[in-house]
Design a protein around this ligand. Structure first.
Ligand code: FAD
Length: 250
């Protein structure tokens, strides 16, 4: 909306952050009923600050068959079906990166939003790989009998096989289209709050630098990514901006 309206200044859309993420699945002897329970039941944050404030989380997520069947390795129709029917005994963990790199939001000739995210920051790519490996080792330690990562084109690791050799194969998969898919549920920072109109879109209060009466109150206003699931942070930012709007109009 800012780009279409030609307001917000030069920083609009230049610092999109996404918490790039991917998945590791484990198959257990006992039913796990992954469709049941809270959306986000557990988080491992030991490596959240692995490198100068950046790192990764491992999150235990509730999930449904349609979307999550898409990461079952494709080894042919029968093999896919065999793995897919193990869904009840499956646990998926998300490796989620607190990104230092940025993407962009622009508009096309019709004024429609166009998002790009090169995922070319070496630290972020290292953290995604480390996150996948940590999740693989956690699945093995928790007792999984089979493990596979999103995008793998070879048979799952089976208990009894060499785990380090499997991890080596996983690390050889390229990140991105055709390899390990990278997804995002956390779009942030594309209209950040800040003091400098060259690098931010709105003042710390939330009101645009260049347009009175237009306020940023959503996840786009975060100056950097939250590094955790951003719902609560977004609600806090919205409340903060709303309080500032009220004060400005008092
Ligand atoms: C699958 C998924 C799972 C998630 N799980 C979690 C979780 O477990 N925990 C957590 O903390 N966060 C989670 N998140 C992230 C969280 O939902 C978002 O960070 C949060 O909703 C962002 O809030 P927002 O107000 O910035 O944007 P939104 O909630 O997306 O609100 C934007 C609103 O603007 C409206 N809108 C868009 N364009 C226009 C327009 N042109 N005119 C008028 N209205 C418009 C949209 O309809 C929408 O209602 C998840 C996100 C996804 C996608």
């Amino acid at each position: 909306m800012l780009l279409r309206s030609g307001i917000g200044g030069p920083a609009v859309g230049t610092t999109l952050r996404l918490h790039p993420a991917s998945l590791v699945s484990g198959i257990y002897d006992e039913p796990q009923d992954p469709w049941y329970g809270p959306a986000m039941a557990g988080v491992m944050n030991e490596f959240a600050d692995a490198d100068s404030g950046y790192g990764f989380l491992i999150e235990a997520v509730q999930h449904f068959p349609g979307l999550f069947s898409s990461i079952v390795p494709w080894l042919g129709g029968a093999a896919h079906k065999e793995l897919a029917v193990q869904y009840r005994n499956r646990v998926d963990w998300v490796a989620l990166v607190k990104d230092r790199g940025v993407g962009a939001v622009t508009i096309d000739e019709n004024g429609e939003a166009v998002h790009t995210y090169p995922f070319d920051d070496e630290l972020d790519r290292k953290h995604l790989r480390e996150g996948l490996v940590a999740a693989i080792r956690m699945q093995e330690a928790a007792g999984a009998n089979q493990i596979y990562v999103a995008g793998q084109r070879f048979a799952p690791w089976q208990r009894g096989e060499d785990l380090d050799a499997y991890i080596e194969r996983v690390n050889a998969i390229p990140i991105g289209p055709g390899g390990t898919p990278v997804f995002s549920a956390h779009q942030m920072c594309s209209a950040p709050l800040g003091a400098d109109p060259a690098t931010s879109v709105a003042k710390p209060s939330g009101e645009l630098h260049d347009t009175r009466g237009v306020w940023i109150a959503d996840a786009s206003g975060m100056p950097t990514c939250s590094g955790v699931n951003p719902m609560i942070t977004t609600m806090a930012l919205a409340r903060r901006t709303a309080t500032n709007m009220l004060a400005a109009n008092a």
